[in-house]
Ligand binder design. Structure first.
Ligand SMILES: [Zn+2]
Length: 289
């Protein structure tokens, strides 16, 4: 069953690298039926930035990739920017905890400025390293996350959270953190959600689900907002380490096939973007400039 031509088909979290398949991966996404990507920045040269200028160059690389994706494949790529929380680990060794936090906050301010200038649509990934860290790092990450929320409140944009898997208590504390910062809960997205969370248990925080086949079947009827993502890494050294960029369009087609209708796909692909980002994704083929 073909998907409706005006339905956006969206991967809500991926990375592309100039050293990997880059635009070629977006071309495969398009060929599989995908129309929009949320393109998150990353460290492109394999080591964490040591200066704010390093972060600026990193963000520029992401922006250039998004422009090439749009020009060369017709896929709309929304830019998502932040210093990666894991950068704090190496940063604390190189610059000391205070220096690492300062650089991180400066980079968050820069990302916020880009959102204000409409060069990016969200702050991400922000949060905490997903593995045990040396003493003191968790506190630095907490402070960095609070700063991220304050920037998000100021520029009125979503935050895309990187963290270990969350249980109900984890979602609750994330919601409480958003409340304290004055950020609406529906502006907080838990990226890389690997298990279904009961809509009520998410406490208003929005899961972005990894598009694994079984998980997609479980969540297909959940009320919006929720997203699908691959977290595609585009790392030539780790082929197959993550879901391929063609996964979301393939899962979308399977969901529509199973239901005999694409009706439910408007939830993750349109309503959720409207709710979380505050605007409607431009329908495919609508000739956005
Ligand atoms: Zn990611």
């Amino acid at each position: 069953m073909p998907l409706p031509p005006d339905l956006p088909v969206i991967d809500h979290h991926c990375h592309l690298s100039p050293g990997g398949q880059g635009v070629g991966a977006a071309r495969r996404f398009r060929a599989a039926g995908g129309t929009h990507l949320f393109l998150a920045t990353q460290n492109y040269d394999g080591r964490p930035p040591a200066t704010l200028d390093d972060y600026r160059r990193q963000f520029e690389t992401t922006e250039q990739l998004s422009q090439r994706v749009r020009a060369e494949t017709g896929v709309t790529a929304y830019v998502v920017l932040a210093p990666y929380p894991v950068d704090l680990v190496a940063g604390a060794i190189a610059l000391g905890p205070d220096g690492a936090l300062q650089l991180h906050c400066d980079a968050l301010d820069l990302a916020g400025a880009w959102v204000r200038e409409r060069r990016a649509v969200a702050l991400g990934e922000v949060g905490w390293p997903h593995f045990p860290t040396p003493p003191g790092i968790a506190e630095v990450a907490d402070a960095a996350f609070r700063h991220a929320l304050s920037v998000a409140r100021e520029v009125d944009c979503p935050v895309v959270v990187h963290s270990a898997d969350l249980d109900a208590e984890g979602y609750r504390s994330l919601a409480a953190e958003a409340d304290r910062a004055g950020v609406p809960r529906h502006r907080v997205v838990k990226h890389y959600a690997r298990a279904r969370v009961e809509p009520a248990a998410a406490c208003g925080v929005v899961p972005s689900y990894l598009a694994r086949r079984e998980l997609v079947k479980e969540i297909g009827d959940d009320p919006a907002p929720w997203f699908l993502e691959t977290d595609f890494l585009d790392d030539p050294n780790r082929p197959g380490a993550v879901l391929d960029l063609t996964t979301v369009p393939r899962r979308a087609a399977a969901l529509a096939e199973a239901a005999g209708s694409a009706e439910r796909l408007w939830g993750p692909f349109v309503e959720s973007v409207e709710r979380v980002y505050g605007w409607r994704p431009v329908p495919p083929g609508a000739g956005e400039t």
